[in-house]
Ligand binder design. Structure first.
Ligand code: GUN
Length: 288
């Protein structure tokens, strides 16, 4: 069994990006600049955005964190988005999700300039991704593909079962795995909350990508020997630590790993890859 080490791989990628930044600034240019917008003060979202901003510093990017009140109106947020679209000093930006209920997330994401949409959430970029055209691929699915690529995991002709059909992970990764490319060329089943007898499907899977957010959902009796397991779950489970919680995935790692050929741990698997790929997209936005 090989652990798909997202921590190490993301550090490799960050080192490569830092090297590019050195070359850019040595030529007298300013470094790439990522901005992140966060609305409200949800603890988990603040943690994620904080990690993204810290990662920028680590590779030598400029970064701007824009914290907005929970009570901001949709109109005011749209104005902020317009301002960011027009600011030439910012190469790419993200609007952290989820947004408060009174704001229409789709409306906000549609307003982001696709050339600055380093999250790859704009329909133009999502469409290009589906058509195998150059674009920004969303950080989490991109991170999964990069991890499979760097560990030379064979995906061609394999049966991949994706669990969860979210716009951010399940659906895009199901498209990427079926694209005519490497990694890709996989036969994909996209399972979700209405899927019947999911075990019948997972038992046939060569590769399982679980993006559900349901601890211990994938158990030993649901997988075949030699399976490749990518666990995208990030659930905060209460514990006795100082923080008061630990992050757990969707997979019963201890038992499923015994049957796996490759498996991502949680934490230290897909999570750190997500941030590295966001930086990669930002570098790409700068170079355009
Ligand atoms: N919320 C959870 N994941 C993400 C992400 O990748 N990008 C943004 N903007 N919000 C998120």
């Amino acid at each position: 069994m090989t652990i798909l080490d997202g921590k190490k791989t993301s550090n490799d990628i960050k080192a490569e990006i830092a090297e590019s930044v050195k070359e850019i600034t040595a030529n007298g240019s300013r470094p790439p600049h990522l901005a992140a917008v966060i609305v409200g003060d949800d603890g988990a979202s603040l943690t994620y955005v904080g990690s993204k901003v810290r990662a920028c510093k680590k590779v030598g990017f400029d970064s701007t964190l824009i914290k907005l009140s929970e009570n901001i109106s949709e109109q005011e947020l749209l104005l902020k988005v317009k301002e960011l679209n027009e600011n030439d000093a910012i190469d790419g930006y993200i609007v952290q999700l989820p947004l408060p209920k009174h704001i229409d997330s789709q409306k906000i994401l549609m307003a982001v300039d696709p050339d600055k949409d380093v999250d790859g959430f704009h329909p133009t970029n999502f469409g290009k991704m589906a058509l195998n055209l150059p674009t920004f691929i969303s950080a989490t699915p991109y991170g999964i593909m990069e991890l499979l690529d760097r560990y030379n995991v064979e995906t061609s002709g394999k049966h991949t079962v994706v669990i969860g059909r979210s716009d951010i992970v399940g659906r895009p990764v199901s498209i990427l795995m079926s694209r005519k490319s490497n990694p890709g060329n996989s036969t994909v089943t996209l399972a979700h909350s209405r899927t019947r007898n999911i075990k019948e499907l997972t038992l046939q899977a060569d590769i399982i990508i679980s993006a559900l957010g349901s601890p211990n959902f994938v158990t030993e009796n649901m997988v075949k020997d030699g399976v490749v397991v990518v666990d995208v779950g990030i659930t905060r489970a209460k514990d006795d630590s100082k923080k008061g919680y630990k992050i757990v995935g969707d997979v019963d790692y201890e038992n499923v790993s015994k049957k796996s050929s490759f498996i991502t741990p949680v934490p230290g698997g897909v999570g750190p890859m997500t941030i590295a790929m966001l930086l990669k997209n930002t570098l790409q936005a700068f170079l355009k």
